[in-house]
Design a protein around this ligand. Structure first.
Ligand SMILES: *Cc1c(COP(=O)(O)O)cnc(C)c1O
Length: 430
């Protein structure tokens, strides 16, 4: 696509956008009587207008039925989680038996590490990315401590080279190979929360397996954002949250993936709970855990129906759009943002914004992280005053994520224009 630097061009892209009507399906927060430019769908996705009705239906059934709602609600609560595998498996590229919706993200990361991080003599190391999301760092560290090991001995971090902003795949692969004999698990964020880098999960999984280790990914910033093929990549396990790109509400119920080859094995070690027990016998309350031979066998508790109802509202929208169409638009949107940012540098004598998100094909999703070489906070405050909701990472990074479900090309053009007004007041009129 050859982009043009004018408002008419942005409006034309919006007119030609097959997803333009989806914006209407979400509540857009207001600023001075107008829609904000909401670029933080990577942090908390907007509310689908249908979510309220989905939740109220369960509230009404609870009011009318009490405990009978477990079997008599319109969507019986005993099996409420069964509404999800068909929907979510398409989003993460899995078989329905490989996914289950349960708990929250960090809890699930622990639950999965309990199964897949089982240090065995010499094989006890965990490889992850440097500066992983803090919750992931704490989870991994404490998993080492729980095994009576020293996190400093256990954790291998791979970061960007000096002067670079993202991690080279070749460096991850080299580190896996270097530590092959001692490596137990590779656990990496599929899309980095800070710079938006998409990891080559397929290559990393292959290398981990060659080294004799498991490969798992935290997909908090990947689910609903990029194309995932967890089953075909042969990933061992993964987890994600539902409140970022998946628009399912603050603290919403999360999800996990366990490859069929492990999920189908009831003897695979795990933290067990009654909801993972064979359904036919679940209510016999007998001794002796018998796992359901799918990802459902990792469930601990009965379904949190109210938060699942909001999740269902959002996933029904994903089902009607389809990931292919979403990703097609996402590439155009984010490509337009790159173009607008390049233009700011071009019109200025020197480089004033540095995109630290990798720009090669397949290495970025919605999110663009912009390192502000000058006037960063001033630009951010101006954006905020004009109703742009973005994210500031001190000392100098602005993260923005135009999401294909509800953001428009016009919003990207306006974003660029506000930046120009602050950085180059004389050039912002065109
Ligand atoms: C958002 C995010 C979390 C948040 O964890 P919760 O358990 O949902 O609070 C954890 N890890 C990563 C990588 C994230 O992006």
């Amino acid at each position: 696509m050859t982009y043009q630097h004018n408002l008419e061009f942005a409006l034309k892209l919006d007119q030609e956008d097959p997803l333009q009507l989806y914006r209407e399906k979400f509540f857009i927060p207001q600023h001075s009587g107008k829609d904000v430019i909401y670029f933080t769908g990577n942090s908390l996705g907007l509310q689908p207008k249908t979510a309220r009705d989905y939740v109220l239906q369960e509230m009404d059934d609870w009011a009318a039925l009490g405990v009978d709602g477990h079997v008599k609600a319109r969507h019986p609560w005993v099996s409420y989680h069964e509404l999800f595998p068909e929907l979510i498996s398409k989003i993460v590229g899995a078989l329905p038996v490989e996914v289950v919706v349960m708990n929250q993200l960090t809890v699930n990361l622990h639950v999965l590490m309990a199964s897949f991080y089982r240090p065995d003599g010499k094989r006890y190391k965990i490889l992850c990315e440097a500066k992983a999301f803090p919750s992931d760092q704490y989870a991994i560290e404490s998993q080492a401590l729980l095994q009576g090991l020293d996190p400093k001995e256990v954790i291998i971090e791979v970061g960007p080279r000096n002067g670079e902003f993202h991690i080279r795949t070749e460096d991850i692969l080299a580190s896996i190979e270097e530590h092959a004999a001692e490596l137990a698990v590779v656990m990496i964020g599929g899309v980095n929360y800070y710079n938006g880098q998409v990891m080559d999960m397929s290559a990393i999984t292959r290398a981990a397996h060659k080294a004799g280790a498991y490969a798992g990914f935290d997909l908090a910033h990947a689910a609903g954002n990029i194309k995932l093929e967890l089953h075909d990549w042969d990933v061992d396990f993964a987890c994600w949250c539902s409140y970022k790109y998946l628009n399912s509400g603050p603290g919403g119920v999360a999800g996990i993936f366990i490859h069929q080859k492990h999920a189908s094995d009831p003897s695979f070690p795990r933290m067990a709970g009654w909801w993972g027990h064979e359904k036919a016998e679940r209510f016999q309350m007998k001794q002796g855990f018998k796992a359901i031979p799918t990802a459902e066998g990792w469930q601990l508790s009965n379904a949190p129906v109210l938060s699942m109802a909001a999740h269902k509202a959002a996933l029904d929208i994903f089902e009607s759009v389809g990931m292919e169409a979403l990703i097609r638009k996402s590439k155009l949107l984010t490509g337009f943002l790159f173009f607008i940012l390049d233009n700011i540098n071009k019109e200025h004598q020197e480089k004033i914004v540095e995109v630290i998100t990798p720009r090669n094909e397949g290495a970025y999703g919605c999110q663009v992280s912009i390192l502000m070489i000058k006037n960063g906070k001033e630009v951010f405050d101006a954006l905020k005053a004009k109703g742009v909701v973005a994210d500031w990472r001190a000392p100098n990074v602005i993260r923005v994520a135009p999401v294909p479900l509800y953001n428009s090309f016009e919003e990207i053009w306006m974003f660029g224009n506000i930046m120009k007004q602050v950085l180059m007041p004389d050039k912002s009129k065109e």
